[in-house]
Design a protein around this ligand. Structure first.
Ligand code: SAM
Length: 258
């Protein structure tokens, strides 16, 4: 099926049923312990994120997160002093993102809305920063979402995206070993080559793409494949000089200027 023909309500229904990384905590959904566990897990697995995105450097900026999920990154931006707005197609995600802000001492901070990132309910040039981590690959039209993000960004504003790299160690491994990728059953899951991602971001005046997310020990998978992965693959891959394998990182971060 062409991803453009997938209906928005199918995508919303899928993400209403599944909270990203939910299996990484035993805490009751919506409690402080739940949000803190998922924050720990995220920033441990994605060690690169804090290196590349300084969540505290947007103080006073109007920041929009598209596909904010349960608001893990939005809370970090808000703690850093940004004026945050978050949208997501999934009502459940928005309700949890609101609870996440409230439980972290950010009551009343942030405008959270159930909304389609391909048809944003905001004026042109309304934001200084637009951020969408792990969202373009799950929407019906990544092109429409990028255009909307660019439209609502003020001239000179910064957009930050992350998509999955088709030509990457994880995509290759999943094909060779037959281990499913997370959310492989989502209505849309698109992977991009670096060239395709650059083309998708072609409307911006500046684009810098940084491949990241190299093997780390998995808590998600179990059985002999997980043992082999954790004890052999992770160490061996990470012993290769990074400059040789950088282009095969699983996450492609795109840093753009309007
Ligand atoms: C893998 S989760 C990522 C959530 C969060 N950005 C993170 O990194 O944890 C993908 C999110 O994108 C949202 N999403 C997918 N298509 C969307 C669209 N067209 N508009 C808004 N949100 C969308 C989903 O509802 C889901 O919450």
């Amino acid at each position: 099926m062409q991803s453009e023909t997938v209906r928005t309500d199918e995508i919303a229904a899928y993400w209403n049923e599944r909270i990203h990384d939910l299996e990484m905590t035993d805490q009751p959904v919506g409690t402080v312990g739940f949000f803190d566990d998922l924050d720990d897990y995220r920033f441990d697995k994605l060690e690169y994120l804090q290196r590349l995105v300084d969540f505290s450097s947007y103080s006073g900026k109007r920041l929009l997160e598209v596909g904010c999920g349960i608001g893990t990154d939005l809370v970090r931006f808000a703690h850093g002093g940004a004026q945050v707005t978050g949208v997501d197609l999934a009502e459940r995600a928005i309700a949890l993102a609101r609870a996440n802000l409230d439980l972290h001492g950010l009551e009343g901070r942030g405008d959270l809305r159930v909304s389609d990132g391909e048809a944003l309910p905001f004026e042109d040039n309304a934001f200084d920063v637009v951020y969408a981590h792990g969202v373009l690959q799950y929407t019906a039209s990544g092109g429409r979402m990028v255009e909307e993000c660019r439209r609502v960004l003020a001239p000179g504003g910064e957009a930050i995206f992350m998509v999955y790299n088709r030509v990457s160690w994880l995509n290759a491994l999943s094909k060779v070993v037959g281990v499913g990728l997370e959310h492989a059953d989502a209505p849309v899951l698109k992977k991009y080559s670096i060239a395709e991602f650059r083309c998708l971001l072609g409307g911006f005046s500046e684009v810098r793409i940084v491949p990241e997310r190299f093997p780390v020990k998995s808590r998600l998978h179990k059985g002999w494949k997980a043992v082999a992965f954790n004890s052999l693959f992770v160490g061996t891959f990470n012993a290769i000089p990074r400059w040789l394998v950088r282009r095969f990182g699983w996450h492609l971060m795109g840093f753009c200027r309007k």
